[in-house]
Design a protein around this ligand. Structure first.
Ligand code: ZN
Length: 236
């Protein structure tokens, strides 16, 4: 995955909706990760549909904004030119501020960050207990960037995460896998324990069912015996 580490606007997610005719509407979650108030931005929106390989680019410009640093905002878009689009991406071409020079992309700021997989299950719960509900993965340092627990990729030149404002030193030192997480061996041992507990509980349920059946048969036999004894007594 290629990302532009210098871009002042971060795309955090989106939701796509289609109407009966295939028109696609997108609600896109964006975030101002810069230290300045954004007054306008422009970019290229790329709609695509995986199934057919079709794609369409639209240019956009949004102005008269007042987006303070560290704020989330939304962008609503739609297209009737690519029916049933199932993906939308934005490549920002300029971001303008009230009190700072405009930002424009530079190819040298693009880095390939590979696949960033979120934690799941018990490991994620454990990390969130230590770091907070926004934590998604263990921090990491690579050649060109460091990754925060919130999942944001930051350039090595920054000591604070641009998304959650956590300190790099604290994140890497206190919230790493060794400090709060479980080793792969511990995760494996835990899964094994859970599987054993599940098997034992299944066995107990089966044993309980067998006991109930024996008691029912015994009671039926007793009832039959008493009925026979009474019948014989009555016959005499
Ligand atoms: Zn962060």
């Amino acid at each position: 995955m290629l990302i532009d580490l210098s871009c002042p606007i971060e795309l955090r997610g989106y939701e796509l909706l289609h109407d009966d005719t295939g028109v696609t509407r997108a609600r896109i979650d964006l975030f101002n990760v810069s230290d300045n108030t954004i007054c306008a931005y422009a970019g290229v929106v790329r709609w695509s549909r995986d199934e057919t390989g079709e794609a369409r680019n639209d240019s956009i410009r949004v102005d008269q904004l007042d987006l303070e640093e560290g704020t989330a905002f939304k962008l609503s878009l739609s297209t009737n030119q690519l029916r049933y689009a199932d993906r939308v991406e934005i490549y920002f071409t300029s971001v303008e501020f009230y009190d700072a020079p405009a930002w424009q992309p530079d190819d040298s700021d693009m880095v390939d960050v590979g696949e960033q997989k979120q934690l799941e299950g018990a490991e994620l719960t454990r990390l969130q207990e230590a770091a907070g509900d926004d934590a998604l993965m263990y921090p990491q340092t690579q050649d060109e960037f460091w990754r925060c627990v919130c999942g944001r990729i930051n350039p090595l030149s920054l000591d604070t995460c641009v998304r959650c404002r956590r300190e790099r030193q604290y994140v890497l030192g206190e919230l790493n896998r060794r400090a709060v997480g479980m080793s792969p061996e511990q995760v494996w041992a835990r899964q094994k324990r859970q599987a054993r507990a599940k098997a034992a509980s299944r066995q107990m349920v089966r044993a309980r069912k067998d006991t109930s059946l024996y008691i029912a048969l015994l009671l039926a036999a007793c009832a039959a015996f008493i009925a026979l004894a009474m019948w014989m007594a009555w016959s005499v």
